[in-house]
Design a protein around this ligand. Structure first.
Ligand code: SF4
Length: 269
């Protein structure tokens, strides 16, 4: 794992304090925060998480409800033909690559883990198609082990806006920053909360800072509102200026018409 530059102890204290303040608020706002993927055992969650890459949880859940009726063990996936598995997941994007990854992953489970999903990070990340994020999802939600924080696109964005990390886009470094400031027993739950908040309020475009329940603890919210105020002022100024110009142009036109009429009258006299 790449080691990120350690934040200063002062910065860590600020970030820890911020986490302590926002956690109870987010818990109150999102009391049902949990993994959004449908599963009843570690294998199902592993398959669902692989399928969920760049796909909505709703779509994955829809496919998985039928898929899990048909494929009940690692052997069921590994012995299925590529074409058959592709057909069963074809409404999910990148279904060909995902079918290949699931078949290879389940074959490795059979070869090295007696067909069971190993409850260890080191073993999980060696499985085809399984990265640290997927392993964190499985360990945190299927094995109740807080070994890391899941950093998806929402966690990445919200953690940055809350300045809980100094890394804009590197998920591994962001995770390292978060595990330094979020209590370990909250690691899995914290990412569920940030995901829900990122979907509902702190959206990528036009975050709803005006109504955000953690606005007072967010360093970015006031800056976003100030930026919006400046843009609105600028627009109002441009509109007012264009009104004045139109009026002036209309006045000049009337004057010029009157002048021409005077000249014509003088010429006739
Ligand atoms: S105040 Fe705005 S930027 Fe900060 S967390 Fe809330 S929605 Fe996101």
């Amino acid at each position: 794992m790449v080691q990120a530059k350690k934040p200063s102890s002062r910065l860590l204290t600020t970030r820890r304090r911020r986490v302590q303040l926002i956690l109870p608020i987010l818990n109150q706002v999102y009391p049902d925060a949990r993994c959004a993927l449908y599963f009843s055992n570690p294998l199902e969650l592993l398959v669902a998480t692989i399928l969920s890459a760049q796909c909505t949880d709703e779509r994955v859940n829809l496919v998985c409800r039928e898929l899990f009726q048909k494929y009940r063990s690692a052997g069921d996936y590994a012995s299925a033909s590529q074409a058959a598995l592709e057909n069963d997941i074809k409404s999910i994007n990148f279904f060909r690559n995902k079918a290949r990854a699931i078949r290879a992953m389940t074959q490795q489970l059979i070869d090295e883990h007696h067909g069971q999903v190993p409850p260890e990070m080191a073993a999980l990340v060696k499985l085809p198609g399984v990265g640290r994020k997927t392993a964190n999802v499985v360990l945190g939600n299927a094995f109740n082990q807080n070994v890391g924080v899941v950093v998806d696109t929402h966690v990445l964005r919200v953690a940055n806006r809350l300045e809980l990390t100094g890394h804009p886009s590197d998920a591994v470094k962001i995770e390292q920053d978060l595990i330094r400031v979020v209590p370990q027993e909250q690691w899995t739950h914290f990412s569920h909360l940030l995901i829900l908040h990122g979907r509902a309020i702190c959206t990528a475009r036009n975050p709803k800072c005006e109504t955000c329940p953690i606005f007072v603890h967010c360093p970015t919210g006031p800056r976003i509102l100030e930026q919006r105020r400046r843009v609105a002022d600028q627009k109002a100024r441009t509109k007012a200026k264009s009104k004045v110009t139109t009026k002036a142009k209309a006045g000049a036109k009337t004057k010029s018409k009157a002048k021409s009429a005077t000249i014509r009258r003088a010429a006739r006299a």
